[in-house]
Design a protein around this ligand. Structure first.
Ligand SMILES: [Zn+2]
Ligand SMILES: [Zn+2]
Length: 273
């Protein structure tokens, strides 16, 4: 199983970091978790394309995690010539979000169908809304879900993907909670979106400080990794985004709480399990 960080950014625009998304390649089964800004571009860089996706899993409907879903839908539609179905899974609200995306794309869908004789179908998107605790299989990948805690954003889900003995936990935005402990239990890689609470606190911007109460900071992610017995902690969606010179400092903060490998994500960082 390969975990490809297709976006390690956050809502803050960054020339080198696409918005949050993670691609899991389990054999021929490609599964995308979230679709932040620039996801499709980074998928191409990571050896995939929307048309190769067996599923898209959405953690929550914050715009930074779903703003490129329309690009995933459109690119999948055009490259499959309207003949394939894109399967999207997410918390309640996902179906309405997708429906509205398709509504926003209505003009484009009409133009392309009018222009290409062989394109007769509109985008085929099948949405499955999940409750925390749901489990299901996509090809030979077993997926289980748990509630995360990103209040007041509700509901939010994290995902655990298992394939041929390898386990990846993709938690999304959350503070430490029982659900994340379950997802990350014994995982080969636990991928966590994080902030540096010590640095965020230094900001004079009150609205920016609001993010402190609904994200894991680096230390908390490391504590979760240790508690859950994860083998690797992969940090993504870092706020504020570190420069490579600052990576050792981030690793040190995590290493104070967690003995396993700590990986600071760059776009297209690939973790092979
Ligand atoms: Zn969020
Ligand atoms: Zn986010």
């Amino acid at each position: 199983m390969d975990i490809v960080l297709t976006g390690t950014g956050s809502p803050l625009p960054d020339a080198n970091r696409a918005g949050p998304s993670t691609l899991v390649k389990a054999g021929d089964t490609h599964i995308l978790i979230d679709a932040g800004r620039g996801t499709v571009m980074r998928m191409a860089g990571g050896g995939s394309l929307p048309v190769f996706l067996s599923a898209v899993l959405i953690t929550h409907l914050h715009s930074d995690h779903v703003c490129a879903l329309n690009d995933v839908i459109t690119t999948h539609w055009v490259m499959s010539q309207g003949n394939a179905t894109l399967n999207v899974y997410g918390p309640p609200g996902t179906a309405q979000f997708v429906e509205r995306q398709l509504g926003a794309l209505e003009a484009d869908i009409g133009y392309r169908i009018a222009h290409h004789d062989m394109l007769v179908n509109e985008p085929q998107v099948e949405v499955t809304e999940l409750e925390a605790g749901d489990a299901f299989d996509i090809n030979d990948v077993h997926i289980s879900t748990a509630a995360t805690d990103h209040a007041p954003v509700r509901p939010t889900l994290g995902y655990r993907l298992e394939h041929e003995g390898a386990v990846a936990a993709i938690a999304g935005d959350t503070v430490p909670c029982v659900g994340v402990d379950q997802l990350a239990a014994g995982a080969d890689a636990y991928v966590q979106t994080v902030i540096r609470s010590d640095l965020v606190r230094l900001s004079p911007n009150e609205m920016f400080q609001d993010i402190l109460d609904y994200h894991s900071d680096v230390e908390q992610a490391a504590q979760t990794a240790a508690r859950a017995g994860a083998k690797r902690l992969v940090l993504t969606h870092m706020v504020p985004a570190p420069t490579p010179e600052q990576y050792p400092e981030w690793v040190e903060l995590a290493a104070a709480h967690f003995d396993g490998e700590v990986i600071i994500g760059d776009d297209l960082t690939t973790v092979t399990l």
